[in-house]
Design a protein around this ligand. Structure first.
Ligand SMILES: [Zn+2]
Length: 441
């Protein structure tokens, strides 16, 4: 099924997943806010990444470096000099274009004459301290990677790490893109999930392949359809001068195949550059082999916003149920913003409401669960389906007699009666297994 981006944008607004930033002021170009459900979804994506990148491995450390860095770091990394886009201006209507986006020699908007192309740095410039002079200039980081490289020796020595090992980080980055767009796919402020994995030169190609496989599998494990995911090797002309090899994991977005994540073999370029510019020794001494070298780096670099968008699009379903359209977000349980919704069949019956509230309170000690009585049961189910809630629990009149409730599963809409006593453990079991557990079986 192909889904138009408009449907996703509309669902996100309607259900409190993603809002336009500063909407009451007319917004600001390509800047978005994650609403109450979006923040949960994105947190779940980041947590799934952190779990697989850090907790499940014994060769990884975490880091949370600052957004601001000594500007010398950006000189060493090459960002000051070459992190640029070639731009041209229209002399008539003053519109600005990326040179690469242009087909002809005249302005695509008005046919006016264009200026020569000039390079424009994509880093956001700012000032540290009260004086706005050249000595106080710094930048909002355009990638989280450099914060990792400058901490390589700190982490390696303080954590007593031996090569190979990696450092993982999640954080905001900023790029003053000229042509952002496609909802949250390309924005000027975005969140990265990056790993720098340090290896012995000569073992780099093997580690590169291992990381490509590992990262590709991560998306599949979290429920992305295999047909919507592919690898695309960079041509030699696309490769950065320091990169030995690079591959993109691409997802089939509504606008076509686009990059979700890049995995690069960056050789020893970064550590070598920082060693040279800082005049600090950033090499590694292998005690066993009595060998000293600058490690090579394999970099899996993913976008948290892009991944979140891909999971949303991939989970979107429209179905016909008894002649009505049903929209479902078939998100994997661990990504779902809300795990369980507890719904009273009659909201004017205090005993039913009390039983439902008590179950919801119990569930909330474990994960995100809600109590909702703001509409009829049919509408409440539809709302939970649209935001991907795996299970709904309904308390009805009969529940007061037989001490049982109805548990409804999102995708199959199958319902089972479950004793109130133990219902929290039952739901937790279903969530862990990713399916409705049959009590009779
Ligand atoms: Zn023009």
């Amino acid at each position: 099924m192909t889904i138009e981006m408009d449907k996703i944008v509309s669902l996100c607004k309607r259900r409190g997943i993603i809002f336009q930033n500063s909407e009451i002021y007319g917004g600001i170009g390509n800047t978005w806010d994650y609403g109450p459900l979006g923040v949960e979804l994105k947190r779940n994506v980041k947590e799934a990444w952190w779990k697989s990148a850090v907790y499940e491995r014994d060769d990884m450390e975490g880091l949370d470096a600052a957004i601001l860095m000594n500007p010398a770091a950006w000189e060493a990394s090459g960002h000051l000099e070459s992190f640029t886009d070639p731009l041209v201006d229209c002399k008539k209507c003053k519109h600005r274009f990326r040179f690469d986006d242009l087909d002809g020699e005249v302005c695509p908007d008005c046919g006016g004459e264009l200026t020569e192309s000039r390079s424009f740095n994509l880093m956001f410039k700012t000032f540290v301290g009260p004086v706005e002079d050249s000595a106080s200039v710094t930048y909002l980081r355009p990638e989280t990677a450099q914060g990792i490289f400058v901490n390589f020796v700190n982490v390696q020595q303080m954590m007593r790490r031996k090569i190979p090992f990696g450092i993982a980080q999640i954080g905001k980055s900023f790029r003053n893109e000229i042509t952002p767009g496609n909802f949250t796919f390309r924005t000027r402020e975005f969140e990265q999930m990056e790993i720098e994995f340090f290896v012995k030169p000569g073992t780099d190609e093997e580690w590169y392949q291992r990381w490509v496989d590992e990262r590709f599998r991560w998306y599949l494990d979290l429920g992305i359809n295999k047909e919507n995911l592919r690898l695309r090797d960079h041509e030699s002309t696309e490769l950065a001068h320091y990169a030995k090899s690079c591959v993109d994991i691409e997802y089939l977005f509504p606008m076509g195949w686009c990059e979700l994540e890049g995995i690069a073999n960056r050789s020893d370029f970064d550590l070598r550059q920082h060693a040279e510019h800082s005049r600090k020794d950033l090499s590694y001494f292998d005690e066993a082999a009595k060998e000293k070298y600058i490690p090579y780096v394999i970099e899996p670099s993913a976008g948290a916003d892009r991944a979140t968008l891909a999971f949303l699009i991939d989970a979107y379903r429209e179905e016909k149920v008894k002649g009505d359209k049903r929209v479902v977000l078939a998100l994997q349980h661990r990504l779902a913003p809300i795990k369980v919704a507890v719904l009273p069949l009659l909201r004017n019956r205090p005993d039913i409401v009390e039983a439902a509230r008590s179950i919801a309170a119990d569930l909330r000690t474990r994960y995100k669960a809600v109590y909702d009585d703001t509409a009829s049961i049919g509408r409440l189910y539809r709302r939970q389906d649209e935001i991907g809630t795996p299970y709904c629990v309904t308390v009805d009149v009969q529940s007061l007699d037989d001490r049982q409730v109805t548990v409804r599963e999102r995708d199959s809409m199958r319902q089972v009666r479950v004793p109130i006593e133990g219902v929290v453990e039952y739901l937790t079991d279903c969530l862990n297994r990713g399916e409705l557990v049959d009590l009779t079986g």
